[in-house]
Design a protein around this ligand. Structure first.
Ligand SMILES: *Cc1c(COP(=O)(O)O)cnc(C)c1O
Ligand code: SF4
Length: 371
């Protein structure tokens, strides 16, 4: 436990309880009433939250709730965790399933969009339900995890398709499940000779860092190469606890990447993202993607103009270490996949060569070899 203040309602919990991920999950905040005991809410805010909860779930771990700056109406932690009435506004462009994951799903729970890799949605549960979640059509709406028959169908599909060399376990958050449940799946995947890499997508290092136990890591280590991608969006999420979780993962030999989402009012400015990305590499987490926010229902208030995202990237690439700069991508609505959107660095290109614009806006010429 560290510098943050625990709310009154948790003052009696022991350090052992606080550091136990199962206690954190059991004590998640799921209603406006519970939240009002943890942070001071605006007049009418509790009612607003309850209205949203008729449509979407809320769950906030006590740990993540303790990071909320109650006196800051623009708190980036709060914006990611606490629903607002804006979620009930549906934009004309909104879609329930913008990435067409259902269309690309040959068997339930598996999405096969790219040639050599698949996504497996193991569960719809998460430890915290992010307000900006892309998969909010399913995540947190139903208490679903793949059953053994469905799991066998997923494993059979992967076994029969020898082109699949990379399996991405996602959800929901696979790490809300028990070590044994996960090991059962990972072992079966490891038994398939053409599966080279197993990846896990999880937000637990950010919202439930106590989930990263020695037991979990000792289990994962047996099945290398395992990669983990996590989801930090703001420097305030970098705490002694989350740093320690990432350190343990890296020490277990698991390369760690980060997938951020560009979110209006949370992190859509150069300084915040520069601080986030440089702090991540300091804790051995490689910024991997910066996502343009998807067109899922009820998250329009988080979306930014694409031109702004490109401009932000223009002020980041070249200014900080290359490996601290993620790829800015739009996951193309309609199922087009992740598509890089970059500032324009090529001014002109013909047979004679390429005129380049560098990060400072100066132009240079690279000559093509003569034919
Ligand atoms: C994001 C994603 C992947 C992984 O893509 P990478 O670019 O390799 O990280 C695989 N399948 C689906 C369906 C995805 O959405
Ligand atoms: S952790 Fe991921 S899947 Fe879960 S609510 Fe957040 S964004 Fe959605």
């Amino acid at each position: 436990m560290n510098e943050y203040e625990k709310a009154e309602c948790w003052k009696n919990c022991s350090p052992e309880q606080w550091d136990d991920w199962k206690w954190q999950i059991k004590n998640r905040i799921k209603s406006g009433e519970q939240l009002s005991k943890v942070i001071k809410l605006r007049v009418g805010e509790k009612e607003e939250i309850d209205e949203c909860l008729k449509h979407f779930n809320m769950a906030i771990t006590p740990y993540y709730a303790s990071l909320i700056q109650a006196d800051n109406p623009q708190c980036p932690i709060k914006k990611q965790a606490v629903p607002t009435i804006a979620e009930l506004t549906v934009d004309p462009c909104d879609m329930a399933d913008p990435l067409c994951e259902e269309k690309f799903s040959p068997v339930p729970g598996l999405v096969h969009r790219y040639p050599d890799r698949v996504l497996v949605v193991l569960t719809h549960k998460c430890s915290m339900y992010c307000r900006h979640c892309t998969r909010r059509r399913v995540v947190g709406c139903e208490d679903f995890s793949l059953g053994s028959a469905q799991l066998n169908a997923v494993i059979s599909y992967i076994r029969e398709h020898t082109v699949i060399r990379d399996v991405l376990l996602s959800g929901g958050d696979p790490l809300v499940m028990s070590d044994d449940w996960l090991e059962n799946i990972i072992r079966k995947l490891r038994d398939i000779p053409h599966v080279e890499v197993i990846r896990i997508g999880t937000r637990t290092p950010v919202v439930l860092p106590m989930r990263i136990t020695d037991g979990l890591l000792n289990m994962l280590k047996k099945y290398h190469p395992i990669w983990i991608n996590t989801h930090f969006n703001h420097p305030l999420e970098i705490t002694p606890e989350s740093v320690k979780a990432c350190q343990k993962i890296a020490d277990a030999g698991i390369p760690l990447g980060n997938q951020s989402v560009l979110l209006e009012g949370v992190n859509n400015n150069v300084d915040t993202l520069k601080e986030l990305f440089t702090k991540l590499v300091k804790m051995r987490v490689r910024p991997y993607y910066l996502y343009q926010c998807d067109v899922s229902k009820g998250i329009g208030h988080f979306r930014t103009n694409v031109a702004q995202g490109i401009d932000i990237m223009k002020h980041i690439r070249g200014y900080i270490s290359g490996f601290a700069v993620p790829e800015y991508v739009i996951d193309a609505p309609g199922g087009g996949g992740k598509t890089p959107v970059n500032p324009e660095y090529i001014v002109k290109m013909d047979d004679s060569g390429v005129t380049l614009r560098n990060y400072e806006g100066k132009t240079y010429f690279y000559p093509n070899p003569p034919r």
